[in-house]
Design a binder for this molecule. Structure first.
Ligand code: HEC
Ligand code: HEC
Length: 175
């Protein structure tokens, strides 16, 4: 009894001490791959890698164009200051990629806005779409039209800020 308690305690201690916050794989990878982020990033994907599914543009959101999003995802729904910030785009999909690939992808996608530490920090801590996906990021985080609600990524905005800062200050390692 005492022995198993001790062993469990030591194992917990070891995990805490050795979890390297500077690696993308430690906390951020799982969060990036949560549905709150991915459903948008997969929006226009016709065949989502390894899932047998199609992005929303191909089913519930059939044929909806970029400009039309705000007809339903209004500022009142999302609590984004500018309603137009609610949109999706092509070539944002990183479904099924491992930590290294996901990390390299977000640094080098065609938008090319997040390649430097300053730009990455600014995007991950202020982008309204990201704030919408995290508890405490926006007043209406997770809110969808017709009173629906998306599941938010695990953890709150303070935890996100801490984990993002640790990764960026640690050199944005793609491990
Ligand atoms: C409402 C849809 C939406 C949600 C929700 C969303 N994103 Fe995005 N994301 C986008 C769009 C659209 C862009 C491109 C922005 C641009 O071109 O200015 C983008 C760009 C990015 C980029 C910049 C790199 C690139 O590919 O251009 C990163 C990194 C990113 N998103 C991560 C996330 C993470 C992490 C989450 C969840 C915490 C998330 N996004 C939630 C739509 C979304
Ligand atoms: C006609 C109204 C309408 C329009 C236009 C619309 N949506 Fe939606 N959207 C909804 C509704 C209702 C839901 C919640 C139910 C569902 O998933 O279909 C939703 C859900 C979503 C979700 C979350 C899915 C989930 O389960 O987490 C995303 C992401 C999304 N929409 C993105 C967009 C984008 C991007 C556009 C523009 C290209 C857009 N929507 C246009 C009504 C709309």
């Amino acid at each position: 009894m005492i022995r198993s308690f001790l062993t469990a305690g030591l194992a917990a201690l070891a995990t805490t001490a050795w979890a390297d916050d500077t690696k993308f794989s430690t906390h951020l990878h799982a969060k990036f791959h949560h549905s709150a982020c991915l459903t948008c990033h997969q929006f226009f994907t016709k065949n989502i890698a390894g899932t047998g599914k199609k992005g929303l543009a191909w089913n519930t959101h059939f044929a909806r164009k970029k400009q039309a999003c705000t007809e339903c995802h209004t500022s009142a729904v999302t609590s984004m200051e500018k309603a137009e910030d609610w949109f999706a785009d092509h070539e944002l999909d990183y479904t099924g990629m491992g930590p290294k690939e996901t990390c390299e992808f977000i640094k080098t996608t065609h938008h090319g806005k997040t390649g430097t530490p300053a730009a990455m920090l600014s995007h991950l801590l202020t982008d309204p779409r990201i704030m919408w996906s995290i508890k405490g990021g926006l007043p209406n985080a997770g809110n969808l039209p017709m009173g629906k609600k998306a599941e938010l990524i695990p953890g709150d905005i303070d935890e996100w800020r801490t984990q993002v800062a640790a990764w960026i200050n640690g050199g944005m390692k793609c491990e």
